[in-house]
Ligand binder design. Structure first.
Ligand code: ARG
Length: 570
């Protein structure tokens, strides 16, 4: 682990004066004065009067036993410990990293992580909202893998609730009967996803929104009842309806599959809500028997502490969103042996997922295991509100990809390979999403994301390509990295040395933006170094090339962790 000697010295000093604290190292708040800072004394010392605090900090300082060849730790301010690494130690870390396939990241996480991301609904065109789940989800998948988990990703299609009833209703209203003859016509029709989307819209428009139930005329109310009835026929296994539904589902699947491929999102499992159906039935039976699921005004619910109950089955008898998610968590625990359940889902669903988590534990369906909601915010347009098309709809993902690809082509100029343009465009799109903390909303700015100079995907891809060509041009081979003799090399070495700390933090908080931000800082440190230091033909060429090689490896790994590919040239 990077800085293991520092952490060990700090831990020993804390222990020697009976403080039970695990040291945490971070970047100094003001960004200067030291390489690193340890603020772990703060919670204890912060409560003491200043004079007593100073005594404790001085005691820790006196108990510190760090070899000079590693660095210096000195008390600072009221409760901080400043760490300055020695030049030799920085070079030592770099040389260790270069020979280590994980670049210093310790794969010490154990167990099976099931990552639920994507969640597109059948019959709906993928839109901007899915961009975030695909992009952040894929990055989380790679972070989990790098830290040593066995990872199983599941797209978790929305293919079961009332939305399916509405789709069937729309089909029926468009003149397709839902029987054997209709099935035949539907088979021959060779629908596209856009057709299904149109049927869904027709069906949805025929059903009044929930809260307007009272104002709706009786015809509309009966159409809603029809959609509900179609949903329960589907859930009850009605043969023709099931066949029609599978045709519609597979149309969706092939288009979703294409987009997932374009965006490089990998799913080990292509399951959906419908796959939990038999588990839902078994679950209802066991849990009602055990009394943890109860009847409430005709519906079935799991009562929860300090939050609204989780709805399992509606009055009309259809299986609800809470039921499919709870039964799915159960199956993941039982069959996949999942002990880490990660949901990369829109933050507006945090209440739902918190209900599912509590229900999974309180019912005993999931006895052990941690649930994490990697929640994300919305993608906004220039008006600061959720991005919309002129018609007021969330833009289709394919349209967004086209826009970014067009802009990228324009900027790269004529004669560039289509495959390279696509790689750069997708990189731009992904980096723009990953650079902001996933919990915040971000502004979709095509100009900025495709820029080759700013904080962008293309800038990072270009940084890698540039180092690669430098290494190709050099006569010498990369050698052992010597301790730095100038500030730019030292800063670059320091940036490299903290890579594993960054990955650990991104993994722990499930936040890829730490990697994105770091990659940008590293690329900048390299630019400064490149401008300041002669590499090719210098006396220290082998060492400089070693430094270049390590920078390239670390940048490439960051881009890998973000799911961004790098072209050979650009
Ligand atoms: N299908 C849902 C939607 O479109 C998202 C599913 C998220 N995953 C989950 N396990 N609930 O809103």
């Amino acid at each position: 682990m990077a800085y293991a000697e520092i952490s060990a010295a700090l831990a020993a000093a804390f222990k020697s004066i009976d403080l039970d604290i695990t040291p945490v190292l971070s970047l100094p708040a003001m960004g200067r004065g030291a390489d690193l800072q340890c603020n772990s004394l703060m919670p204890i010392v912060g409560k003491l009067p200043p004079s007593e605090a100073a005594v404790v900090v001085a005691q820790v300082g006196a108990a510190l036993n760090l070899p000079a060849e590693v660095g210096i730790i000195s008390p600072s301010g009221r409760a901080f410990l400043n760490v300055t690494l020695s030049d030799a130690y920085l070079a030592k870390i770099a040389n260790e990293m270069i020979g280590d396939p994980t670049l210093g990241v310790i794969p010490d996480a154990t167990g099976v992580a099931v990552l639920d991301f994507g969640g597109p609904n059948v019959a709906k065109q993928l839109h901007v909202g899915h961009l975030r789940s695909f992009v952040i989800g894929e990055s989380l998948r790679r972070l989990l893998l790098s830290k040593g988990h066995k990872v199983i990703s599941d797209i978790h299609l929305g293919d079961w609730g009332l939305q399916m009833g509405k789709l069937l209703l729309g089909l029926e209203a468009s003149g397709y009967s839902l029987d054997a003859s209709g099935l035949d016509r539907i088979k021959k029709a060779d629908f596209k996803l856009s057709d299904l989307q149109a049927f869904y819209v027709i069906g949805n428009d025929l059903c009044p929104a929930k809260d307007e139930d009272d104002d709706s005329d009786s015809n509309q109310a009966s159409l809603t009842a029809r959609a509900r009835h179609l949903t329960s026929l589907l859930q009850g296994g009605h043969p023709e309806i099931t066949d029609i539904w599978s045709i519609l589902r597979s149309v969706s699947l092939s288009e979703i599959g294409e987009l997932a491929k374009t965006l490089g999102a990998h799913f080990d499992l292509w399951l959906g809500e419908s796959d939990s159906h038999s588990d839902v039935l078994a679950m209802v039976e066991t849990l009602t028997g055990a009394g943890s699921m109860i009847h409430d005004a005709g519906a079935l619910i799991v009562p929860l502490e300090n939050q609204k109950p989780l709805l399992i089955r509606s009055q009309a008898g259809s299986v609800l969103y809470g039921a499919t998610d709870l039964a799915t968590a159960w199956a993941r625990y039982r069959d996949l042996k999942a002990d880490y359940h990660v949901y990369c889902v829109d933050k507006r669903q945090s209440m739902h997922l918190s209900q599912v988590e509590q229900a999974a534990h309180s019912t005993g369906l999931v006895l052990e295991g941690v649930f994490r909601h990697a929640a994300f915010g919305t993608v906004n347009g220039s008006d600061g509100k959720a991005i919309k098309t002129r018609e007021g709809k969330p833009p289709a993902l394919t349209d967004l990809i086209d826009t970014v690809t067009r802009k990228t082509r324009e900027k790269m100029g004529p004669g560039v390979d289509d495959a390279v343009v696509e790689m750069v465009a997708i990189g731009a799109l992904k980096f723009a999403d990953l650079i902001s903390d996933r919990t915040s909303d971000y502004l979709f700015d095509v100009e900025k994301m495709t820029s080759q100079e700013g904080k962008s995907g293309p800038y990072l891809q270009y940084a890698v390509v540039r180092i690669k060509s430098l290494l190709d041009r050099a006569n010498a081979v990369p050698g052992t990295i010597e301790p730095p003799t100038d500030p730019a090399s030292r800063h670059l070495l320091f940036e490299l040395s903290r890579f594993s700390i960054v990955v650990d933090r991104a993994y722990l908080e499930l936040k890829p933006h730490f990697v994105a931000e770091y990659a940008f800082q590293l690329a900048q440190a390299f630019s400064t170094y490149y401008a300041a230091v002669q590499i090719i033909g210098s006396k220290s060429e082998a060492s400089e090339l070693g430094l270049c090689l390590l920078t390239m490896k670390v940048l490439e790994r960051c881009l890998y962790l973000m799911g961004i590919n790098v072209p050979e040239r650009m």
